[in-house]
Ligand binder design. Structure first.
Ligand SMILES: [Zn+2]
Length: 274
């Protein structure tokens, strides 16, 4: 295993470390000619403007930290890029580590004060928890579960354009966040009915994916159309329709579980099961 999660830095500390440095949705990269890499610097770089550093594991025995940087102290040949743009531009393990780092970083900076009583929190030694010394409330990294579903009707799949999609021409499968008190299946039925007014059946688990934008756990399902006509909730959906595998609109790539689900549908239409 190239990457080992851990809350405790190794001792003695190796001279170099990876620094996963964030600025909202962006990550700092080191540009080397046309290639990019996660910065690997000597630990003495820490006084050079890195802040809120949090150790989160090792990659081949090299410590990994997440944190922030003073914008005026960004080293030469380093720049911020969109975290999502790292996909396929760095080794897959670094893509995974960057997503994990992002979620640990968000937790580390977002829970500096207790949400219940406002007291400054402190790090717990043996796990990723920030604890309130006044009321003992524990703050853990946040994970927001969301369902995502490929709905199939005969030889067609339901795809929609959401009002919040960054690319307004993009169609995708439907997704929605799980609400308190709901099972995943209840969430799926509610979201589908709310967004497009149809009922589904034969809900089947597909796979899940951590999606650190910023803290989702996507839980993928397939389902079959049961009844109803498409009736859009225009506050969430711009357009929704049934599509043949041979006539798909612009869709997400397989980086996202949405793309994998649509790919599953296309493969199933060609009698080539996953
Ligand atoms: Zn408190």
């Amino acid at each position: 295993m190239d990457f080992i999660k851990s809350v405790t830095p190794p001792t003695p500390l190796p001279p170099r470390a990876y620094f996963f440095i964030f600025s909202s949705a962006d990550i700092l990269i080191h540009r080397i000619d046309t290639n990019i890499a996660v910065p690997c610097m000597e630990n003495k770089a820490v006084p050079l403007g890195l802040k809120d550093l949090c150790f989160f594991g090792t990659h081949r025995d090299i410590p990994c930290y997440c944190g922030k940087i003073d914008p005026e102290k960004i080293p030469p040949a380093h720049e911020f890029v969109k975290l999502r743009s790292l996909y396929t531009r760095v080794e897959e393990i670094f893509w995974f580590m960057a997503g994990y780092a992002r979620q640990i970083h968000d937790w580390n900076i977002n829970f500096k004060f207790c949400g219940r009583c406002g007291t400054q929190t402190s790090r717990k030694e043996n796990e990723f928890a920030r604890v309130c010394p006044s009321c003992d409330l524990h703050h853990y990294p946040r994970i927001s579960p969301a369902i995502i579903t490929a709905i199939v009707k005969g030889n067609q799949i339901l795809l929609a354009r959401g009002v919040n999609f960054p690319n307004k021409k993009m169609f995708s499968v439907l997704a929605g966040f799980v609400e308190p008190g709901e099972t995943l299946e209840e969430c799926l039925r509610r979201e589908i009915f709310e967004e497009v007014g149809i009922q589904v059946k034969n809900i089947t688990y597909f796979k899940s994916q951590s999606w650190p934008f910023p803290d989702s756990l996507m839980i993928g399902f397939t389902a079959q159309y049961d009844s109803g006509q498409i009736s859009m909730d225009t506050s969430e959906i711009l357009d929704a329709d049934w599509f043949d595998a041979d006539h798909l609109p612009m869709i997400p790539d397989k980086q996202a579980l949405a793309g994998e689900l649509i790919d599953w549908f296309v493969r199933s239409q060609k009698s080539n099961p996953y």
